[in-house]
Ligand binder design. Structure first.
Ligand SMILES: [Fe+2]
Length: 215
């Protein structure tokens, strides 16, 4: 956990330049109908690492260690890192000598409704815009280190985008969000119980409560 935290802090320092200066927008999903789920459920979904083994079993779980992630609040924002399978074997490496995105995947909630995920070779920028309590406009933009210089590179990035956008976010995460919304809408439960591995989602909801109290 300490190693993850150090990586997180180091990656955060590096990301200031990497995200804002070197990377540029490249892919954005075509306009699609709003998601049938509350925008906060989507943020909750990106604030826990333990669902990867189950929900993403056939897609990205092969890259990650089961339920090994670390998160910290940063004001109302939240920063996190999720261990990749390369991390346990890198216990003795000097952080200066490695590309930390190969060892852990940093992610950030930029309060209130933006999520950054720093994949090994590109960054996903997600925004969740509520149109009403239920419908949410989900936007995904991919940032890459430089514009593609050939058709082959364009095909590579387009394929990468589709894999994560449709294969993971839409088909897996957002499908579950819609199912959760249907469950909440059924009215069978009066409360939602968050587990110990979902602490970061509680920070998010506490920040929301403070923001609402200020208005
Ligand atoms: Fe997920």
């Amino acid at each position: 956990m300490r190693l993850l935290r150090r990586q997180l802090e180091r990656e955060e320092r590096a990301a200031g330049g990497a995200v804002h200066e070197a990377e540029r927008p490249y892919q954005r999903a075509a306009k699609r109908p709003p998601l049938r789920g509350n925008w906060k459920l989507v943020i909750d979904a990106f604030l826990d690492g333990y669902h990867i083994r189950h929900l993403h079993r056939d897609s990205i779980y092969r890259f990650f260690v089961d339920a090994l992630s670390e998160a910290q609040p940063a004001g109302d924002h939240i920063r996190a890192a999720t261990a990749r399978r390369t991390l346990p074997g890198a216990r003795d490496v000097r952080l200066e000598d490695v590309d930390v995105r190969q060892l852990a995947t940093p992610s950030y909630v930029v309060f209130p409704n933006t999520v950054l995920i720093l994949h090994p070779d590109y960054t996903s920028v997600l925004t969740m815009t509520p149109e009403a309590p239920d419908p949410t406009r989900f936007s995904h933009m991919m940032l890459i280190p430089e514009a593609p210089r050939s058709e082959a590179e364009e095909v590579h990035w387009a394929k990468s985008f589709t894999l994560i956008d449709e294969g993971v976010f839409l088909r897996e995460d957002l499908t579950v969000v819609e199912a959760m919304q249907r469950g909440i809408g059924a009215g069978a439960n009066e409360t939602l119980l968050f587990g110990e591995l979902e602490q970061a989602a509680l920070w998010f909801h506490e920040s929301l409560a403070r923001a609402i109290a200020r208005t």
